[in-house]
Design a protein around this ligand. Structure first.
Ligand SMILES: Nc1ncnc2c1ncn2[C@@H]1O[C@H](COP(=O)(O)OP(=O)(O)OP(=O)(O)O)[C@@H](O)[C@H]1O
Length: 340
């Protein structure tokens, strides 16, 4: 057994909403652990309870039952100043930062140590500088926060959390509003940060692909209210990942690690061999057309794709016939014709 001390532990935690008359349990019996240096992605379909769990862990809403330990201490016993030195929370909503510059917002991350408008010590300055470098926002520090793009502001808010220098960082949908390159960059940044700094990072996201690649551990909120935790690849192979997002009209393709919106509608089967990149994109085009793909040697159409200095070719065999094509468009057109 490892003797690494977790930064976060939940014991038999129930999360949800309570009024005088009603209680709505979103998830219960949550026994979760977050270790130093771990990047954990919290995934689940809309309304499954991700924000509720994040808010409960951050102490923004009470647990219905059970306990949350931050470090070795009970969350409910921590004073807000102590909590702010242990846990930082980055939300997606636009913050009201008036006319502040990015540097001033990042500096606010030191408030738990300096007090409101307190003088900055040498350590504070050092932590702010480190945070700016880690979050890669050197070029933004003198800009007004309200003049930044969503992606730029999101990185500044991460820098503020880093300046707060807590063991635990919680981020609610940090990639919302970002374009694809910035989503990839943010995930890579968070992945590297966990590794470099030993902080534990928990983020909720709808970026299934990126989470599968970047997370050390996934927390999957299932449709039945249960939460399954594990290494991404294990959750894919044991079907838990697929089950969390089960819906009619698409399925998770374990062989490519992507959700597939197409369903086989054609009875003919096709096998594809050869160059793996060409095979991948050929498969995509054929699935869109509704063809079933197989590894079976007895497939109706056998395609072999190759790439060399002369270019790309698709060789197809069917019913003792043989033909060669030079684009996917030509291949698909030929198969559609032959399959009629
Ligand atoms: N203040 C509230 N009072 C009662 N129920 C609430 C409250 N806020 C959220 N809920 C309900 O709790 C459930 C979980 O909501 P939550 O916002 O945690 O889901 P989520 O996984 O973050 O969703 P999304 O992916 O859409 O952001 C939902 O059914 C929601 O309607």
């Amino acid at each position: 057994m490892s003797d690494v001390k977790p930064f976060l532990v939940t014991k038999d935690l129930s999360i949800g909403y309570k009024t005088k008359r009603t209680e709505r349990i979103i998830s219960k019996h949550l026994n979760l652990t977050l270790l130093p240096g771990q990047l954990v992605c919290l995934l689940g379909s809309n309304g499954s309870g991700k924000s509720t769990l994040m808010r409960t862990i951050a102490g923004l809403q009470p647990a219905l039952e059970g306990t949350v330990y931050i470090g070795q201490q009970l969350l409910s016993g921590l004073k807000s100043a102590q909590l702010a030195q242990t846990l930082s929370l980055v939300l997606t909503e636009r913050i009201e930062a008036g006319n502040l510059t990015a540097l001033e917002v990042i500096t606010l991350g030191r408030t738990p140590y300096t007090g409101w408008l307190g003088a900055l010590s040498e350590i504070d300055h050092k932590k702010i500088e480190e945070a700016i470098l880690l979050a890669n926002v050197e070029n933004l520090v003198n800009r007004k926060i309200h003049q930044l793009s969503d992606g730029e502001r999101q990185k500044v808010m991460l820098a503020r959390a880093l300046a707060q220098d807590t063991e635990l960082i919680l981020l609610d949908e940090p990639t919302a509003h970002l374009d694809l390159p910035n989503r990839v960059e943010m995930m890579r940044l968070l992945h590297n940060l966990a590794r470099q700094t030993g902080k534990a990072i928990l983020l909720s996201t709808h970026e299934l692909d990126l989470a599968l690649q970047a997370a050390d551990i996934l927390w999957l909120m299932q449709q039945n209210g249960k939460l399954v935790a594990g290494v991404p690849e294990d959750l894919v192979l044991n079907g838990a990942f697929e089950a969390a997002f089960e819906k009619n009209g698409f399925f998770f393709d374990k062989s490519s690690g992507t959700f597939n919106i197409y369903q086989d509608v054609c009875t003919h089967s096709i096998s594809i061999a050869g160059d793996p990149v060409l095979a991948f994109w050929t498969r995509r085009a054929l699935q869109r057309e509704g063809f079933g793909l197989t590894d079976d040697m007895n497939a109706t159409f056998k395609v072999r794709c190759d790439r060399d200095a002369a270019g790309t070719t698709w060789q197809m065999e069917w019913q003792q016939k043989n033909a060669k094509y030079f684009t996917i468009a030509e291949l698909v057109a030929a198969i559609k014709l032959a399959a009629k």
